[in-house]
Design a protein around this ligand. Structure first.
Ligand code: FES
Length: 372
């Protein structure tokens, strides 16, 4: 019965005549349908005829099929069908690789399955001939179908149409691989991760080799350095910005250590001069009363000279030239219990212009001077 069906052919799920040329996707679905329903599968000759848009001989009211499209039918055994020159052109033309595809393959480009599916869809929309198995195999860069698979093709087809052996072997191999042609139906959209996976493109990220590991280490080092710098800046925010100044009260030694005249050894450290006269000892605060510069002691001239604007002071700090408005201030002095001189520069004695002087107050116990 199956042989009869096969000989007579069945419409199956194919579109009824008249119909356009079918592509691989439709034929693949038809083969799958026939497998599920237990119907005779399309032979290679049938497939080639369907791709060529030829009416099948077993269709109702069909005109006499072209000999080259009916290799699986009894007509194929007739002498006319057995003539190879007439049968070869159609099958060969549909199974051969077109110049367009050959040019793509010659460029070394390898298509993914999703790209092939997209191309098939495009050709379907444009009513162009669909890619045949040989072209698909070439575009995918897969090895050609093994020749032994051709053994599955009917003997009648082999004998009647030797030129169709190659595409027949290709389609038979395709069917033998589990209807691979059906995989082109419903393939993922181009550009998606599924399409990439179908095309053999890895979607799991870059390779884990030494170069990429070094790049990752460098990237993470930069991130860690940035975070560390940010943390230190944040931590520094909580530290006080303190200006450490020298103490304002300090000891300078015993009175007997200072001779008559001006002693400048504490100028750099405490900004003072120790001045001793025959009857007293006092400390001049080394700050010009004009704009605050530090005057220089000129021993040869026995005077202080301000380098900023030229104010001059005598050896006791009394101004006598320049823009200075008044004598230089004197620091508080007193004797410590151990007999040393204690100076307090936070307490200054002044002689403002036109006002009483604070320099010579009291008997030396007020702090402006010490009895020498
Ligand atoms: S600051 Fe001393 S003279 Fe002006």
């Amino acid at each position: 019965m199956a042989d009869e069906n096969k000989a007579a052919g069945v419409l199956g799920h194919l579109p009824p005549w008249p119909r356009a040329a079918l592509n691989n996707s439709v034929i693949g679905m038809e083969q799958a349908y026939r497998q599920r329903k237990g119907l005779p599968l399309l032979s290679d000759a049938d497939i080639e005829a369907l791709k060529a848009g030829v009416q099948m001989p077993w269709e109702t009211g069909a005109a006499a099929p072209a000999p080259e499209a009916a290799s699986a039918t009894p007509a194929a055994a007739t002498p006319a069908a057995a003539a190879p020159p007439a049968a070869a052109p159609v099958a060969t033309a549909s199974a051969a690789i077109s110049p367009e595809v050959a040019a793509i393959v010659a460029q070394g480009k390898k298509w993914s399955k999703s790209s092939v599916a997209a191309e098939q869809a495009r050709r379907g929309r444009k009513s162009l001939p669909a890619l045949n198995d040989a072209e698909i195999t070439a575009l995918l860069g897969e090895p050609a179908a093994p020749a032994p698979a051709a053994a599955a093709a009917p003997v009648a087809a082999t004998t009647a149409r030797p030129a169709a052996a190659a595409p027949a072997a290709s389609m038979a191999a395709s069917v033998a691989r589990g209807g691979e042609s059906t995989k082109y139906v419903g393939t993922p959209a181009v550009g998606t991760s599924k399409a990439a996976a179908a095309g053999g493109i890895s979607s799991t990220g870059p390779e884990d080799n030494a170069v990429n590991q070094a790049r990752r280490r460098l990237a993470w080092s930069c991130v860690a350095a940035f975070l560390m710098a940010w943390f230190l800046a944040f931590f520094r925010f909580f530290l006080p910005r303190t200006l450490f100044e020298p103490a304002t009260t300090f000891k300078i030694g015993y009175p007997s250590e200072f001779g008559l005249g001006v002693d400048t050894k504490f100028q750099q450290k405490f900004r003072i001069w120790v001045d001793r006269t025959p009857d007293r000892l006092f400390v001049i605060y080394a700050r010009c009363t004009h704009l605050g510069c530090t005057p220089d002691w000129k021993p040869s001239e026995n005077k202080f000279k301000c380098p900023c604007h030229g104010s001059g002071y005598d050896s006791e700090g009394i101004n006598f030239e320049g823009p200075a408005p008044r004598p230089m201030d004197r620091a508080h002095v007193e004797l410590a219990p151990d007999g040393q001189v204690v100076v307090d520069v936070s307490r200054l004695y002044q002689w403002p212009k036109g006002q009483p002087s604070q320099f010579n107050e009291g008997d030396g116990s007020s702090g402006a001077w010490l009895r020498g």
